[in-house]
Each structure stands twice: as C-alpha cells, then as structure tokens.
Design a protein around this ligand. Sequence first.
Ligand SMILES: O=C(O)[C@H](O)[C@@H](O)[C@H](O)[C@H](O)COP(=O)(O)O
Length: 248
Amino acid sequence: MTDPEIETFPSPDALAAAVAGRLVVRLAAIQAAGRTPSIALTGGTVAVKIHQAVVTATEGHEDVDWGNVDIWWGDERYLPEEDPERNAGQAWDAMLSHLDVSPGRVHEMPASDGPHDSVQEAAEAYGETLRSRGGEGFDVVMLGLGPDGHVASLFPGSAQLDVRDAVAVAVTDSPKPPPERVSLTFGALNRTAEVWFVVTGTGKAGAVAQALATGDDAADVHDLPAVGVHGRDATVWFLDEEAASKLG
Ligand SMILES: O=C(O)[C@H](O)[C@@H](O)[C@H](O)[C@H](O)COP(=O)(O)O
C-alpha cells in the first residue's frame, strides 16, 4: 500500500482547479496509451466545484476525448431521476452536459423511479453492470469525506463496511439524508489505480487527521471508513487549508 500523498490548497476553488487539471492530464495520458479510462465520481459540494472546474480544464486541454471515458459513481442517493439531490443529476448539470461524453459510457446508479422495485435490487443491478462493464477496475476513484469519516455511502459502524461478496450495496438508514442510497463496497472502491479524496472545511479537519494518523493512533475502518480505501498506485488527499488544519 502506497503512502498517502497530501496536496493542500488555499481555497476550495484552488483545490477544485488542481483536481480538474490533474484529472484531464490523467485521462489524456491513459487515452494516449490506447486505453479507455474509467473513473468513479463522488457526490457532495466539493464534487460540484470540481465538476465545474473540469469543464474549464477541458477547454484548455484538447487531448481528452470525453466520449471515450467510462464514468461511474461511488454512491448515489436513491431518489427519483429528476430529484436535484441526485449525484448524477448534479454531475450532468455541472459537467457532463458540457462535455462530449458518450451516454452509453455514463453509468448512473439507478433512480428510485427506475426499473427496480427496491434499493436492494438497484444495488444488485449496478453491481452486475460494474462487474460486466467495469473491466480491470477504475483509474481514478474520487471520494468526498464526511465529518464522521464516511466515504461514498459507507458510514461508521454500518454493516456495509464488512460486505465482501458484493460490488454495490443498498443503504436504508443513512445518517446523511436521504436515508436510501446505493454505494460501492470497499472491494469495488479499491479496484482502482488511484484514490483521490477531495475535502474542504474545518468541519472535516478532525476526520482528515484521524484518517491520516498512523501507528498506534491509526483509526479503525469501522470507526472511520475512509481508512478502508486505497489506490493501487496512489492515494491522494486534496485538502484546503481548513481541512488540513489538524494535521501535524
Ligand atoms: O452522496 C453523498 O453524499 C456523497 O457521496 C458523500 O460521501 C459526500 O461525498 C460526503 O458526505 C462529502 O460531502 P460534502 O463534500 O458535501 O461535504
């Protein structure tokens, strides 16, 4: 497991621009090597800033063919398709609708008014799609961080943290509204070359410090799910100064 890389920025906007710039460079390099990149987006307010910055970064980087990128999500709120709280809708509004993506390569998690009768069925269906279309895993998984250390919709003390035999799981009691969600499991999130945590604000500083603590101070994954996710080649923490404020 590689040591975490910590990148600190003066503001959320600076963080978003840096993440967006690194993403387009990474995608272009993978495509130049003849592969179709595969990324997993996150939900949350930092993600929206990043999505907006990706549009700007793409304008300055002609080499990215967004039609040849597989786009997945790490989690989704199990709401009707048009609900403004859905991570996919927010990504389409801020980024995807401004890029030449291939709809067949944008893999949204199912909505509650979709073809499935329950969030459990929706999770199983998404897991099957990822198993069949997800190839060798992701090149980049982006993750926001909750003040409680949750990532995707994997929350402290939840049973989903110990699920090993599924790619995606249903959550019905999320402490962060809405209660019903679909989330990738640790097994799926960790099938990635790089994990990028994107975190801003003093409210997350404690969780960041706990997640990066080592030795006897290292957090248990059941208390702080973020420690359960690592990239094969890199685990990068993109932090603004507030989120980094409790690091030694
Ligand atoms: O669907 C979600 O809510 C997320 O995927 C969740 O894991 C989010 O990324 C964190 O809670 C951070 O959210 P903020 O960036 O808004 O604090």
